[in-house]
Design a protein around this ligand. Sequence first.
Ligand code: PMP
Length: 360
Amino acid sequence: MSDRVYNFSAGPSMLPLEVLQRAGSEITNYQGSGMSVMEMSHRSKVFMKIFEDTQERFRTLFRVPDNYRILFLQGGASSQFSMVPLNLIGKTGRADYAVTGNFANVAYKEAKKYGEISVAASSADQNHTYIPAQDQLVLDPAASYFYYCANNTIYGTEWQYVPDTGDVPLVCDMSSDILSRPVDVSKYGIIFAGAQKNMAPAGLTVVVIREDLAGAELPYTPLMMNYKTMIDKDSMYNTPPCWCIYVLGLVLEWLEVQGGVSGMEAVKHGKAQMLYDVLDGSRLFTCAAQKGSRSDMNVTFRSATEALDAKFVAEAAAAGFTNLKGHRNVGGMRASIYNAMPTEGVERLCEFIRAFDKKN
Ligand code: PMP
């Protein structure tokens, strides 16, 4: 690591060092092509191979069944907040949303433009410090889909179960925990994620969609926001985010070496547990998220005063642990420990927390 910091940013966030080094080594001449991946036509043979290999690797690692399509889109996860209702709400004009944090709430408000949207559950009563249980979900059997956000990046909570909604398709924003654990994709209608936390640089949005759900979009759906357009052209209706797709391929190769998503699940859970144990055992710090709802990706915590929080963040940054300041909605601190954060980075942070706890 030497000249690199331990970067606890919520996103864009750390990429594996091996991936950065490989991308660096190929940056002016990709495998004898004489050019960078950034410079080549998206329809060239050499790029098409990168594209198809990346798609195939993703399908294998994430265990995507054959009746699902994998799309490489742009517009960020936020574009999906519009794309999902535009394409799916037409079925019954109704949908259910679980509002468990900031991004779920933004998605909910956006969906209201297009249909009758019910709040199936909300954790706003306790500042989104928990995930509602299955028996707290108020389900509309006539909903076109049920929407939730698997990991609430800002609040540091994560769904520990897959909601059971009967025949109503699940739509899930997995932006901040995709590829950190195995997922039974067949339980979902759509899974989407912005790439900039666990997958690649910002600019790529991965969408996994059950193919039969496409093609029922509202009549005024813009061409670029129609899943069918992108399925029919295999994400190449226009120029895809080529560089990000290439880096995703490298990240997926790295993930294979780590034992795939199952291997990653053990590692990421161990990292998070180590951090929660140190915080729970400290005098100064308390965790924001309630036990049973805590995220393995974003660990939110605080001390008794804002001044002490600020001191912690400043001293941590000086010691090489950056971006630990919490989001303004929660305050305190947030350590984002996505797949690429090495265990060693969390161990060092734990040592730093213990020492700070003793000194202050
Ligand atoms: N959903 C979640 C869970 C997020 O964490 C974020 C961004 N941090 C978004 C959606 C928005 O993503 P984007 O910036 O790619 O639109």
